[in-house]
Design a protein around this ligand. Structure first.
Ligand code: NAD
Ligand code: MN
Length: 507
């Protein structure tokens, strides 16, 4: 069996960890069914060196995973298991994640480059909370009785959609795994999951915990591999009833197209963003500065809801910029396992190059680098926290998602003007408003075209609160009660309590 072994020795955790990295199909670790399958090099972004070779899955493996998932759906899962029992398993999984929090956070930091502190303080506890939250829902999912007339009993059933394909990205590998699994398992669906080929480790470790928690074989299957092969096989599969995707808008389009061309499976998409963060003159300045920095530099800017466009009102602009630059310069960049580190490396060479291209493009477009704008250090994929001033709305760095520690700042005068600028985007995932005026806060929140508006805070997420995008930022909502709809088929049952009524004559 293919395993990845690593000895951790840092302030947060010391110990040897073994992760099964083979394909996880029907509760077993297997080799690819395709003899031509190769391996994928998985790289440590802190050093640029290879960590291990990940066995690659193929279309044939997706087929086997779908068969296992269908079998489980019809026998050991779905409506064959009481909601209460499904809920108990999810809660056990939450407890196991908490038990192994140091291991999971260490693996996440090693593989993705996010800091151990952030993974241990945010990603891992939020993943556990998500499993527990949906564990709570599992026995509270039910239809309604609809009193159409006294002659009829009419009710709805919320049945599981069945086999679901889930394709997740590399920016929050464990947390996205949890966001996808939680509602699908609570509603009684089975899963074929494809983690990102850049960050497969925490999902692979979770396969052990899923087995330990007691989920029946085949309920969750994990097929690693590339998007064009495994991802494409999932989105076009005839026996997958729903696909949930988080990643780029470009791939989101392909997923929808391939769903349409195959069996019209249900699609939810959580795509890119270009969050507008608006700071009014009457904001609590120090708090706004810190939230604005958190809004863009959290997770090294690799956050779909990042506050990557800052709009600052003219009366506070100079003071804000002075403090914001001071904070940006204080962001510690370096080893993700360093206790003081706030920002680790970007996830890959490709992402590093992509971000640096945008930085060069911003300079060429005439935007002014107020701080940063260069590589940090000599090895790994580190980029200085970067702030661009003097930007105009036509610039590429203002319109396109950079997905790195790069923020653009523009000055505005009126509320009307800033609402128009904020909404001038193909995206509509998240926005922020900073003001102490309660009327203005709500007025602007209502006017913004975005799935989330943060007032006097930024990047705050919670399992109970739905998350998703307007416009090209996606389709559907994850988290909260709303996410259950993505995994439920609603069936209406009409029961007539009388004999025949209608125009057909009696015999
Ligand atoms: P991506 O969309 O290519 O990758 C996301 C996932 O989709 C991965 O698991 C990948 O293997 C899979 N995938 C790729 N091509 C596929 C296909 N044809 N069919 C099915 N699945 C496929 O993202 P990326 O190339 O790693 O990053 C590029 C940009 O995407 C980033 O710079 C950022 O702008 C955006 N992004 C957004 C998010 C988000 O949270 N919304 C996450 C990651 C990346
Ligand atoms: Mn990696």
């Amino acid at each position: 069996m293919a395993t990845f072994k690593h000895s951790f020795d840092h302030a947060g955790f010391k110990g040897d960890v073994e992760v099964p990295v083979g394909l996880f199909i029907n509760g077993k670790y297997v080799k690819s069914a395709d003899k031509n399958a190769k391996t994928i090099p998985v790289v440590n972004p802190t050093t640029g060196e290879k960590l291990f070779d990940l066995p690659e899955g193929t279309e044939a493996d997706v087929d086997l995973a779908v068969k296992a998932a269908s079998e489980a759906q019809n026998t050991t899962w779905g409506e064959n298991v009481a909601g209460f029992e499904r809920g108990k398993l999810l809660m056990t999984l939450a407890t196991l994640v908490e038990r192994d929090a140091d291991i999971l956070a260490s693996l996440e930091a090693l593989d993705n480059g996010k800091t151990f502190g952030a993974a241990r303080g945010f990603d891992v506890p939020e993943a556990a909370a998500c499993f527990r939250y949906y564990g709570g829902w599992a026995d509270k999912i039910h239809g309604k009785v609809i009193d159409q007339s006294k002659d009829k009993l009419t009710y709805t059933r919320h049945e599981p959609v069945g086999v679901c394909g889930q394709i997740i990205p590399w920016n929050f590998p464990l947390l996205m795994f949890a966001w996808k699994l939680g509602p699908a398992l609570a509603t009684g669906c089975t899963i074929v999951m494809k983690p990102s080929e850049l960050t497969p480790l925490t999902a692979a470790y979770m396969s052990k915990l899923i087995t330990e928690a007691g989920f029946p074989a085949g309920v969750v299957n994990i097929v690693n591999g590339y998007g064009q092969t495994v991802g494409n096989a999932i989105s076009g599969h005839m026996d997958i009833n729903k696909v949930a995707f988080t990643g780029s808008t470009a791939v989101g389009r392909k997923i929808m197209e391939s769903a349409a061309k195959s069996n019209l499976k249900k699609v939810t998409l959580e795509l890119g963003g270009k969050g507008a963060n608006i700071i009014f003159d009457d904001a609590d300045l120090d708090s706004a500065v810190r939230y604005a920095a958190q809004g863009i530099f959290f997770n090294h800017g690799q956050t779909c809801c990042a506050g990557s466009r800052l709009y600052v009102q003219s009366g506070i602009y100079d003071k804000f910029i002075e403090k914001f630059l001071a904070v940006s310069k204080k962001i510690t960049v370096g080893d993700p396992f360093g206790a003081e580190t706030f920002q680790g490396p970007q996830v890959s060479q490709t992402q590093y190059d992509r971000i640096m291209n945008y930085v060069e493009c911003g300079k060429a477009e005439g935007a002014k680098v107020l701080t940063g704008g260069e590589r940090h250090g000599k090895t790994g994929y580190f980029i200085q926290p970067t702030v661009f001033g003097d930007v105009t709305s036509d610039m590429k760095i203002v319109q396109e998602e950079i997905f790195g520690p790069v923020v653009v700042v523009a000055k505005f005068d009126t509320e009307e003007e800033v609402i128009a600028a904020a909404n001038d985007s193909i995206y509509g995932l998240a926005s922020g408003v900073f003001t102490q005026n309660v009327q203005k806060a709500h007025r602007v929140a209502n006017a913004l075209h975005a799935g989330t508006v943060w007032v006097n805070c930024y990047n705050e997420l919670h399992s109970q609160i739905p998350f998703g995008g307007f416009k090209a930022s996606g389709i559907g909502r994850e988290l909260g009660e709303y996410a259950l709809e993505n995994y439920s088929e609603i069936k209406s049952v009409h029961v007539r309590l009388t004999s025949y009524v209608g125009p057909v004559p009696a015999a």
